[in-house]
Design a protein around this ligand. Sequence first.
Ligand code: NAD
Length: 209
Amino acid sequence: MKLAFFGAGGKVGRAVVPGLEQAGHEVRGFELGDEIDVRGLDAAVDFTSPEAAPENVRAALEQGVSCVVGTTGWDPESLHGLAEEKGLRLFVAANFSVGAVLMMRFAQEAAAYFPRAEIIELHNEAKKDAPSGTAIVTAGLLGGDPVIHSVRLPGLMSHQEVLFGGDGELLTIRHDTTARESFVPGVLLALEKLGSLPPGLTLGLDQLL
Ligand code: NAD
């Protein structure tokens, strides 16, 4: 596919763009300040910031290009109508790591047996939003409004624990991202399935697994 990648020079962009190219995609990178002209491309990918993503996605949709978005901390529902009206796809996932999606799925399963849970999400200090998109999605899957603890420190990348407390036992489900290349298979999967999704917004990698 011919792709636009918003945020190509960022931490995720620098790890994911080479992976997309290795898989055979042709990638045109966009950075802050570039004119958004994506006409004629097959899809746009966005890993930028909560401030930039809505504008990039709106511009891509208005130019007839479907989008795959990893940027968290904004409301993608606001662009569902535009995507649907244009017959385009807007796929947004708070986490493109397959391991993280399985962690959420296993946590949801455990919640049926352990009603008391808390979430600890740990990210690098550069992460702007807190709690993380993944923690918010996990909390929704668990139900019961679990407490989310957000840690922001240098030395961390992206980590999450879901702790379940029962009488005399504790269950911990933990996922660690140790390199941003872990997002490549999820982004490739989203691009592969994009054309078969219904027009409008689809949320979450679990919808594709
Ligand atoms: P980063 O700050 O390292 O990179 C963001 C890049 O976007 C920067 O190079 C910046 O210059 C660029 N940018 C800013 N505004 C832009 C614009 N208008 N157009 C084009 N480029 C623009 O951040 P990062 O660590 O690469 O993360 C990017 C986003 O992805 C964050 O919101 C983060 O939370 C999210 N993220 C999501 C996942 C996931 O799996 N869904 C994984 C990691 C990070």
